[in-house]
Ligand binder design. Structure first.
Ligand code: NAD
Length: 266
C-alpha cells in the first residue's frame, strides 16, 4: 500500500468474476488507495460484481452494455452523480466475439455480422468511452485498455479478435495523440493468455496456455497480480511520460521467434 492512487477516482469496466483481468487490476488499484466505480453487463453479472465491488469498499456498481450507446451514456450520467462529474482513470477490459468464429480458419468462419459486432464491442467501445471520459478529466487522466499479441502475430483460432485488437491498438495511438495536449494518457496492456471467461471462449485455449509456459522467457503464464502491477504503473503518475504504448505483460513471450529446440525435439 503506497497511497499512490489516493484521491483518484476510476471506472473499472469488464469485471465478470474474480478471475477477470479487470478484477486483478481493481484489487491492486484499491490497495494503493484508488476510489473505484464498476460497470457490469447484464443483471446476472451484476449479482456477481456487486459483492466483489463491496470487498473494495465500492457501492458504485452500474449497468453498462457497450453495444448500446444509450446504456453507455446512462452509465456516465449515473457516474457523474457519484463522482461529481470527475474522473481520473478508466480501465476498459471488454471483449466479445461469437465463440463459433474463434475456432477454425479465419478465412472460412468469419461473417460480416460478427466482424462488425466484434469491432463495435471489442474495439470501438474504447473510443466511445474515451470520448466521454475525457470530458470528465479537466486536469488530465489515464485511459487503459486490454489487448493481446494476436493483434500483430497470428495465433490459431484468435481470428477476428486479432483483427479487432489490431484496430484497438491503432485506436490507442490516435486517441493518445488527440488527448495528449489535455494531459490525458492512453495506453494498452497486452496480457499473455489467462484463464478467464473470455479466454476460455477461444478454441484450444489450454494449448495456448501450455505453449506460453514452455516458451516464454520466464517459463510461466502471467497472474492477476502481474497485470495489476503493470496497470498501476500505467494508471499512476509513475508512468507520467508514457502514452500511446502497447505494454506487454506476457512473461516476455512476444520477443520469442523459434520455439526452444529441447521442446521441439522432445
Ligand atoms: P472476462 O470474461 O472476465 O472479461 C470480459 C468482459 O467483457 C466481461 O466482464 C464481459 O461482461 C465484458 N463484455 C463483453 N461484452 C460486453 C458488452 N457488450 N458490454 C459491456 N461489457 C461487455 O475476460 P478477460 O480475459 O478478463 O477479458 C478482459 C479483456 O482482456 C478483454 O478485452 C480480453 O480480450 C483481454 N485479454 C484477455 C486475455 C486472456 O487470455 N484472458 C489476454 C489478453 C487480453
Amino acid at each position: 500500500m503506497t497511497g499512490l492512487m489516493a484521491g483518484r477516482r476510476g471506472l473499472i469496466m469488464g469485471v465478470a468474476n474474480d478471475h477477470s483481468i479487470a478484477w486483478g487490476i481493481a484489487q491492486t488499484l484499491h490497495a494503493h488507495g484508488a476510489r473505484l466505480a464498476f460497470t457490469y453487463q447484464g443483471e446476472a453479472l451484476g449479482r456477481r460484481v456487486t459483492p466483489l465491488a463491496a470487498k473494495l469498499d465500492s457501492d458504485v456498481v452500474l449497468p453498462c452494455d457497450v453495444e448500446d450507446l444509450a446504456s453507455v451514456d446512462a452509465t456516465f450520467a449515473a457516474l457523474d452523480e457519484r463522482f461529481d462529474g470527475r474522473l481520473d482513470f478508466v480501465v476498459h477490459a471488454i471483449g466479445f466475439s461469437d465463440k463459433a468464429q474463434l475456432k477454425g480458419r479465419y478465412v472460412d468462419v468469419t461473417t460480416r455480422e460478427n466482424f462488425a459486432r466484434t469491432m463495435t464491442i471489442s474495439c470501438f467501445s474504447f473510443t466511445e468511452i474515451a470520448q466521454r471520459a475525457a470530458k470528465r478529466m479537466p486536469e488530465g487522466g489515464s485511459l487503459l485498455t486490454l489487448t493481446y499479441g494476436g493483434s500483430t502475430r497470428v495465433m490459431p483460432n484468435y481470428n477476428v479478435m486479432g483483427v479487432a485488437k489490431a484496430a484497438l491498438e491503432a485506436s490507442v495511438r490516435y486517441l493518445a495523440s488527440d488527448l495528449g495536449p489535455d494531459g490525458i494518457r492512453v495506453n494498452a496492456l497486452s496480457a499473455g493468455p489467462m484463464r478467464t471467461l473470455a479466454g476460455a471462449g477461444i478454441a484450444d485455449a489450454r494449448l495456448m496456455f501450455n505453449h506460453q509456459r514452455a516458451h516464454a522467457p520466464l517459463r510461466r503464464t502471467v497472474t492477476l497480480e502481474d497485470v495489476g502491477g503493470s496497470a498501476l504503473y500505467l494508471l499512476s503518475p509513475l508512468s507520467g511520460g508514457v502514452t500511446g504504448e502497447v505494454h506487454f505483460v506476457d512473461s516476455g513471450y512476444n520477443i520469442i521467434s523459434m520455439p526452444r529446440p529441447d521442446v521441439l525435439q522432445a
